[in-house]
Ligand binder design. Structure first.
Ligand SMILES: [Zn+2]
Length: 77
């Protein structure tokens, strides 16, 4: 099983992969509509919004948490 290099999500089904392509190293949530991987800034924005929504942190704290999480992922090393 692969893990998305950009967000750490396990990718089990072809539908989890960018464009449904199991050769890709990143998931459907980390790809743009054209199938390329999102940039660091795009991912940081969406991660921050995700943390605000799911954990109720304010934007500054969520942004900090998102940076910490992304620092552990291979795509952003
Ligand atoms: Zn991902």
């Amino acid at each position: 099983m692969k893990i998305c290099i950009a967000c750490g999500m396990p990718m089990k089904e072809p539908a989890d992969f960018a464009m449904g392509d199991t050769e890709k190293d990143y998931c459907v949530h980390c790809s743009r509509p054209d199938g390329t991987m999102q940039s660091y800034d795009e991912k940081l924005d969406s991660f921050t919004a995700f943390i605000v929504r799911t954990q109720g942190l304010d934007k500054t704290a969520a942004n900090h948490a998102a940076k910490n999480m992304m620092a552990k992922l291979p795509a952003w090393k």
